[in-house]
Design a protein around this ligand. Structure first.
Ligand code: CO
Length: 434
């Protein structure tokens, strides 16, 4: 296998993007920084928009969902949108509101489970906290991003001497009693809550009494890495689905003056069903598209023409074959790492792909010189879903579900292939210029 310097650099850029994005709020911040560096202007939902021909803009809703678009050189009603969607959130552990409590000389932080993580992978890792905190100001409050760089928390395993069957039974954790994270020794002077809030306050440079609310995500401080005999694989947290956000964003930023209007939509709350004001099930995508049409003075007929000419690629990661577990996979649909983007099909519309949209995606792969693969879940296993069917039904546009192959989806340490990073960027560039 030959890995070009460009392919290596693209994978390294993905790992750095994830390392800078330990929560969905940080992911949106990372995306904003890249957009701003390329001349994108932020639009506020609460203000009237004015769009300039060929302009580039982005909108944030709820702090962790973002839509960016570049107006095309041709009229929107002639071309429709070229859209790619993905999600910014990842399954894991989130701090409870009253998180800190002391017992037996130790302070622990209580957590909720967000989405469907593999809980056992959180044990014995160098965990820390990242997210957003609302801090009181003279006029009300402001939102601050917060990230602790050093390991702050831990979920130590029970020794095998007290859990003799762990290798036969698997590691089972009671979600209420066995997930609180070890944080500190108890302090004789400060209560557990005060101790925790003092730490937040000193990191933010504010007074503890001015901290109003927070949403804090537990993340793994270990940075991304290459691995394998030829360093042909990557490992990091949140490959699902920051790898798809990274690919779509990189492709969009690489195309200076697209003929058609290009749009990237990255949503929060996919891992918990997408039903929220900022999630794919909410009105965010439709609202942004409506407002673009209004700003361009398109009548209703023109808007319907544009929708009918639009194409949506829903990008979320796919399950690569792991040879130790052959029975988990549909035997005729083995998807391999470093073998190209995966087209995901499910006739029950867990994925939005149909024969037409799959053929269209195959043409894009062929024009980009990128290999492709097909995935179908085992018939006797429940199939996952993603934003594809939700966006397709909200917007009424042709849609395909695709993703890069990966191992250990929803583990705290996921893995994937170096070449697949560049393959996905290449086919997305082809989609934005089609
Ligand atoms: Co996903």
């Amino acid at each position: 296998m030959n890995i070009s310097p460009e392919a290596r650099a693209q994978a390294q850029d993905l790992l750095s993007f994830i390392d800078a994005s330990p929560s969905p709020w940080h992911a949106v911040h990372s995306i904003e920084q890249r957009l701003q560096a390329k001349g994108f202007t932020q639009l506020q939902e609460a203000q009237r928009w004015k769009l300039e021909a060929g302009g580039r803009y982005y909108v944030v809703r709820g702090g962790a969902s973002i839509i960016a678009f570049k107006l095309g050189q041709q009229s929107l009603s002639d071309t429709g949108f070229r859209m790619i969607g993905a999600h910014t959130d990842s399954p894991g552990l989130r701090l409870k509101t009253h998180a800190a409590h002391a017992s037996n000389g130790l302070v622990r932080l209580g957590v909720e489970i967000y989405g469907g993580p593999i809980l056992a992978t959180f044990t014995d890792r160098d965990l820390s906290l990242a997210g957003r905190v609302n801090v009181r100001t003279t006029n009300g409050f402001e939102t601050r991003l917060l990230k602790f760089d050093q390991p702050l928390l831990r979920l130590p395993n029970l020794a095998i001497h007290m859990n003799r069957d762990v290798n036969e039974q698997g590691l089972k954790l009671n979600k209420q009693t066995e997930l609180p994270l070890l944080f500190s020794l108890s302090n004789e002077k400060l209560g557990a809550h005060e101790q925790f809030f003092e730490l937040l306050a000193s990191k933010l440079g504010v007074s503890a009494k001015d901290i109003l609310t927070y949403e804090l995500n537990v993340f793994d401080t270990q940075p991304g890495a290459f691995w394998g005999a030829k360093q042909e694989f990557i490992a990091n947290s949140q490959l699902d689905n920051l790898a798809s956000c990274h690919a779509a964003l990189t492709a969009m930023l690489a195309i200076d003056k697209p003929a058609a209007t290009t749009l990237c939509a990255f949503f929060d709350h996919e891992e918990v069903g997408s039903e929220s004001a900022a999630g794919a099930g909410g009105s965010f995508a439709a609202d942004v598209i409506d407002r673009i049409s209004l700003c361009l003075d398109m009548d209703e007929e023109a808007q319907h023409c544009a929708a009918a000419k639009s194409f949506f690629i829903s990008a979320d990661m796919a399950h690569a074959f792991q040879p130790n577990f052959p029975n988990a996979y549909e035997p005729n649909h083995h998807v391999l790492v470093n073998a190209g983007p995966v087209i995901k099909t499910n006739s029950n519309q867990r994925y939005s792909t149909d024969a037409d949209t799959a053929a269209r995606f195959i043409s894009l792969c062929e024009s980009a010189g990128v290999p492709f693969q097909h995935y179908t879940h085992r018939t006797d296993l429940g199939c996952g879903s993603t934003i594809g069917p939700i966006i397709a039904s909200r917007l009424g546009v042709a849609s395909v579900d695709v993703g890069s192959p990966m191992w250990a989806m929803h583990s705290l340490r996921e893995s994937a292939g170096v070449l697949d990073v560049g393959y996905m960027i290449a086919v997305m560039k082809a989609a934005f210029t089609s």
